[in-house]
Design a protein around this ligand. Sequence first.
Ligand code: IPE
Ligand code: IPE
Ligand code: MG
Length: 237
Amino acid sequence: MIENNVKNGMRVEKGLRHIAFIMDGNGRWAKKRGMPRTLGHKEGVKTFESIANYCAEIGLEAVTVYAFSTENWKRPKDEVNALMGLVEQYLDDFSKKVNEMSVELHMIGDMTVFPLSLQEKIAKVEKLSLGKPCKLCVAFNYGGRDEIVHACNALIAQGKQHVTAEDLCAALYTADIPDPDLIVRTGGEMRLSNFLLWQAAYSEFYATDKLWPDMKPEDVDAAIEAFYKRSRRFGGI
Ligand code: IPE
Ligand code: IPE
Ligand code: MG
């Protein structure tokens, strides 16, 4: 554990403001135990809550988790329904304990496909959590390509004839969030799977074979230690 950071209430060291997690491996975690995949997702939510709290505790400015991609609709209906139910449950739990939470919730992705009641619940919880020290972005019905297309259409609707990179950044779901310095993927795959395509331009990538429900704060520390050993040149020398 990064004791000093926690004890001194310090921010994590310079250069690390935002970690994004691709929470992969819930299904395999359940399968290994002879359980249905949905139980893996349920366990995955517990892990997500503990990892998000830890990230806030060590002083990160932002943490993002990939919870449901625009491609995950291809999964069996039962599994999709279970994932939707878990998000609703998470939002309900969040609003009940908002005072003890140290994260400001931002749902990123295309929310317009969801029933109005869910969209309203999301907006309510986001508003309740405003002003908390760490921004927690939950990528839900999120796709990097979809986000860029959505941003382009928003700029066209504003009447823009010419756009700059700054205009585009401001039209992304992540407008007020710094780019991730570090992207951590659990479950062993070495791909982005349509996650933060624009924002990941210079993110450091860290993959672990650990399945998401097995992820512990110590594993976050290991990723952070690896991050500090990297040389980030951003195209310079
Ligand atoms: C969770 O892991 C990620 C989500 C899409 C919710 P998976 O459900 O992809 O687990 P694996 O990769 O099949 O093990
Ligand atoms: C990425 O995991 C999406 C989320 C973690 C929500 P997937 O399991 O959907 O990715 P692929 O299909 O292995 O690329
Ligand atoms: Mg997967």
